[in-house]
Design a protein around this ligand. Structure first.
Ligand SMILES: [Zn+2]
Length: 400
């Protein structure tokens, strides 16, 4: 059976790894920049695509620039609400029924907003989009599954005083502590805010994550934060194995108890192991892969994004996704950054299907993992019902 892009667009899908800032609509970025007096290198979509949001990036600095401009317009409540709302709508328009949007709240707090207000502002946008979508006749009648979402709050592996007003205040208050200690304190504080938002305000913050510079900034600094989340039944995902070797994935699992791994691109790469105390590298990888497979630790695979940030991957065919599938790992296809990588969930799944020649059965498994391994914010019973509705609908679309 030939699986077309059009068919994939019709299918119910999820995105479990997508950054709010990296997925901002360019029209919105321009609009908000003009309103708030933020300087951009261009004020047209085409101009921004030529100067910032390019097809490919020559360096990491080039790539990271894409996050600076959205960050500058995300310092106000109404802006965050709008960006979150539009992210949900863009997803709904291409058949995404379950979304886990992630962002680093501390990058937007300290100025106009407190940490809880940042979470609330984003939630307001997502919640509005959900309500508007779910009153549609096809949803109310039960013909199609409804839209739902969770929020993932990212702590930063690295930041400086200049990263945000909030980070400036943390750095100043702990001027005599080591950098590593301050990173850990900041993520611990974030974990506390997540727990409060979930428990007291009912905001569906479903998980903690760590993002940012991977090499040289190990997960161990964030252990207390992850344990606080764990003790409060908040789920755990970790950006790992994107810019550092398999040890990073190992640490995410053994030190932070990760339920899911963001990227995991270096998982099979024996050459990128740098710890000299590991004598048998192949054995180390084999054990790690077995553990991940057996525990169903899910890998959030972001194909286009990985091609932009991993210079060693010259062709998509070289992406370890094939090996992940061959080893029967639990994988889900995600976008990472819709605008920065100029992509959609439909595009990413279509890429996976066409480049790795996936069967309809394999596609269904990938989509099913997205729903099943989500950090769905309601009861287990409700999750089971919801997943079943999504997969039944998947079957119906395929049959049509
Ligand atoms: Zn990411």
């Amino acid at each position: 059976m030939k699986i077309s892009r059009e068919l994939i667009a019709e299918l119910p899908k999820s995105d479990l790894h997508v950054h709010l800032g990296g997925s901002i609509r360019l029209e919105t970025l321009i609009d908000l920049a003009k309103k708030d007096g933020v300087e951009l290198p261009s004020y047209t979509v085409q101009g921004l695509k030529e100067t910032v949001f390019k097809e490919s990036y020559n360096s990491l600095e080039d790539y990271l620039k894409c996050f600076v401009y959205p960050g500058a317009v995300m310092q106000k409540k109404e802006n965050l609400t709008r960006i979150a709302y539009e992210l949900a709508v863009d997803n709904q328009n291409e058949g995404v029924r379950y979304l886990e949007a992630r962002f680093a709240p501390q990058r937007y707090a300290g100025g106009e907003m407190t940490l809880p207000e940042v979470l609330e502002a984003v939630n307001n946008g997502l919640s509005r989009a959900k309500q508007e979508f779910n009153i549609r006749e096809v949803i109310v009648s039960g013909e199609e599954p409804p839209f739902d979402y969770g929020i993932i709050a990212c702590a930063m592996r690295f930041f400086t005083k200049g990263s945000s007003q909030y980070f400036r205040e943390i750095c100043s208050a702990h001027a005599n502590s080591s950098e590593d200690r301050i990173f850990g304190l900041a993520s611990y504080e974030l974990a506390g805010a997540i727990v409060k938002a979930r428990r007291k305000s009912g905001i569906p913050v479903v998980a903690i994550d760590i993002a940012g510079r991977e090499k040289g900034y190990p997960p161990i600094h964030h252990r207390d934060a992850y344990m606080l989340a764990h003790r409060n039944f908040i789920s755990k995902t970790v950006h790992a194995g994107e810019a550092y070797g398999p040890e990073s994935i190992f640490q995410a699992i053994t030190e932070l108890g990760a339920d899911r791994i963001g990227h995991g691109t270096s998982l099979f790469n024996t050459k990128s192991i740098s710890d000299p105390s590991i004598p048998d590298r192949q054995r180390y990888i084999d054990d790690l892969v077995r553990f991940i497979a057996d525990r169903r630790v899910t890998i959030e695979v972001c194909l286009s994004s990985n091609m932009q940030t991993a210079p060693e991957l010259h062709h998509l065919e070289d992406h370890p996704f094939k090996k992940m599938m061959d080893n029967r790992l639990s994988c889900t296809i995600c976008t990472d950054n819709r605008t920065v990588s100029n992509t959609t969930v439909t595009d990413e799944l279509f890429k996976a299907v066409s480049v790795f020649d996936l069967s309809a059965e394999q596609l269904k498994n990938l989509v099913a993992y997205g729903f099943k391994r989500s950090f769905f914010p309601h009861s287990y019973r409700e999750k089971r019902t919801y997943v079943k509705r999504c997969l039944d609908y998947f079957e119906r679309v395929m049959a049509d």
